[in-house]
Design a protein around this ligand. Structure first.
Ligand code: 5RP
Length: 231
C-alpha cells in the first residue's frame, strides 16, 4: 500500500471512529498517526456543537487535543470512560493487539482498561493472521539488565529502543525505557502477555489480549471502513 493510500485508509478509520462519539461522552484518546485523524474529525464535530472530553494517553495526544480544541480531562476525574479510540501496530483475527510503537503503551493500556468500549483504528497493513511484530516492553531503568536477561530466558530478543534526534535510549512519558522484544510468531499471545506482566521491573508490555470482548477494530481502506467485532 502506498503512503497516500495508507494515509487515506487511516483517515477513513479515524473519521469512522470519531463519528461514533455521542454527545457528552468522555473518550480515551490514543497516540499515533491514525488516532490523529479521529481527533481532527472530533475537532470538526466540536465546532458543530458536540460536547466531548478526552483523556489523552501521552504528551503527544494531550498536545494535539489542546491544539485541536478538544477538552482534556484525566482518569482521576473519570475512572470509567465511555469509549477509547486508539491505534495498533498489529491486529490478529481474535482482535488481540500489539501496541507501543509510540512508546505510549502503559497509558494506552490504562485507558483501554477504563473504557466501556475500545475502537481500534488501523489501515489494512496492520492486520495479520498471527502476531509476530516485536513486542514493546516498558522497563523501569533500574531493572534494565535483569529484565533483558529474563526476556532472553523465555526466548525473546530484546533491543533497547534508541531515540531519534536524541542520543541514547527513548525515555517514555513515565520516565522509563522501551525494549522491543522479538519472539517470532507468537502462538499463544495471552501466555506471553502473562509471562511479561509478572516480570519484576516491567511496567507493562504492548500485548493487549484481555480486551477483545469490548474491542471493535475499524479497518480503513480506499472504499470506506470495515468493522470487525469479536465473535
Ligand atoms: C502508540 C501506539 C500506536 O497506537 C500504534 O503504534 C499505531 O500508530 P499509528 O496509528 O501511527 O500507525 O501503540 O504507542
Amino acid at each position: 500500500m502506498s503512503t497516500t493510500a495508507e494515509q487515506n485508509a487511516k483517515r477513513k478509520a479515524g473519521n469512522y471512529a470519531a463519528d461514533l462519539v455521542e454527545d457528552g461522552m468522555v473518550v480515551g484518546l490514543g497516540t499515533g498517526s491514525t488516532v490523529f485523524y479521529a481527533m481532527e474529525r472530533l475537532s470538526e464535530r466540536i465546532s458543530d456543537g458536540l460536547t466531548v472530553q478526552g483523556v489523552p494517553t501521552s504528551y503527544q495526544a494531550a498536545m494535539r487535543a489542546r491544539h485541536l480544541g478538544i477538552p482534556v480531562t484525566t482518569l482521576d476525574d473519570y475512572p470509567v470512560l465511555d469509549m477509547a479510540i486508539d491505534g495498533a501496530d498489529q491486529v490478529d483475527g481474535a482482535l488481540r493487539l500489539i501496541k507501543g510503537r509510540g512508546a505510549a503503551l502503559f497509558r494506552e493500556k490504562c485507558v483501554a482498561a477504563a473504557a466501556d468500549e475500545i475502537f481500534i483504528v488501523v489501515d489494512p497493513g496492520k492486520v495479520t493472521s498471527i502476531l509476530d511484530a516485536p513486542v514493546p516492553v516498558e522497563v523501569v531503568p533500574f531493572a534494565l539488565a535483569p529484565v533483558r536477561m529474563a526476556i532472553q530466558e523465555i526466548g525473546g530478543d530484546p533491543v533497547l529502543r534508541e531515540g531519534i534526534k536524541k542520543d541514547g535510549p527513548v525515555v517514555t512519558d513515565n520516565g522509563n525505557f522501551i525494549l522491543d522484544c522479538t519472539f517470532g510468531p507468537i502462538e499463544v499471545p495471552e501466555r506471553l502477555e502473562a509471562l511479561l506482566s509478572v516480570m519484576i521491573g516491567i511496567l507493562e508490555c504492548g500485548l493487549f489480549c484481555e480486551f477483545t470482548q469490548k474491542t471493535t477494530v475499524l479497518i480503513g481502506d480506499a472504499g470506506g471502513c470495515r468493522v470487525v467485532r469479536a465473535p
